[in-house]
Design a binder for this molecule. Structure first.
Ligand SMILES: [Zn+2]
Length: 270
């Protein structure tokens, strides 16, 4: 069975226990290149998933959330060096805020401009939706059972991306480690896929703490490394399309080069 590894991060971040520098990202992405992985986007995923088309021999997805400036520069440059392109999910609120005030100098600006996002698209990057204000979707489902607030978030995010980038996003990334049945219903009306974010074994689901493995219907115990069962960490034909995984780079699970290599090699075992 085809197993597609999928990584996630929020751009270059020097702080915390697992700092992501351009050099460290380079060490990791180089491993994917050495193993002959080829990056794919959500169009290719959809064509394989729904229409049975062929994927590259060793597909991988490099996902990124949030419109932060390092996506266009350090992150883009590292991926590009190895012939890869990423999938970027944009919450539009920070970009609206950037343009609501005088433009800060490049030295202090942290948010990407629309031009920079356009440059990523030209470079083969795929853009998806990630709401406007980045609400906790589990809590929002308790606060607004009608789903109206979430619908407004999705509509406005899509309209803003259409207006400034000329694209209508077809794919969605859930916010944080939050998910709800209402959000899945609304997301499934507008998008082809909904993607989750693996940082540990738990998730916030409909206002309750839930095992990630239970949310995605994968059997077996969580692993000793602090993550869900190995089978839950890859996209397969059996993955629920609105509960796709992604593995955070800036946590213990795949931060070290050895762990990263093991994750990628795990996709090659059939
Ligand atoms: Zn996010």
């Amino acid at each position: 069975m085809v197993r597609i590894p999928i990584t996630m991060c929020h751009g270059i971040r020097h702080d915390g226990d697992y700092p992501l520098t351009a050099d460290h990202l380079d060490r990791l992405v180089k491993i994917a290149a050495e193993l002959n992985f080829e990056s794919i986007n959500y169009d290719q995923l959809f064509q394989w998933f729904q229409e049975g088309e062929e994927l590259p021999h060793r597909p991988i997805m490099f996902d990124f959330d949030h419109p932060v400036k390092s996506m266009r520069y350090e992150i883009h440059d590292v991926l590009n060096k190895y012939g890869y392109a990423g999938n970027l999910f944009v919450n539009t609120g920070p970009v609206d805020e950037l343009y609501a005030k005088p433009m800060p100098s490049d030295l202090v600006r942290e948010t990407m401009t629309w031009d920079e996002m356009g440059q990523l698209i030209e470079s083969g990057w795929h853009i998806g939706a990630h709401t406007v204000t980045h609400p906790n979707l589990s809590e929002l489902s308790l606060e607004d059972a009608s789903g109206e607030k979430l619908r407004a978030e999705l509509e406005r995010c899509d309209e803003t991306l259409k207006k400034h980038l000329g694209i209508t996003p077809k794919d969605f990334a859930f916010t944080g480690t939050s998910w709800s049945s209402i959000a899945e219903r609304e997301v499934s009306k507008r998008y082809r896929f909904g993607r989750l974010w693996i940082v540990g074994t738990e998730y916030q689901v409909d206002g309750k703490r839930t095992r990630y493995a239970d949310l995605v219907g994968v059997d077996g115990p969580d692993e000793a490394d602090g993550g869900p069962p190995i089978a839950a960490r890859y996209i397969t034909k059996d993955s629920p399309p609105y509960r796709l995984p992604s593995m955070e780079i800036q946590r213990s699970l795949i931060y070290d080069t050895d762990a990263f290599r093991r994750y990628l090699e795990g996709a090659l075992k059939t």
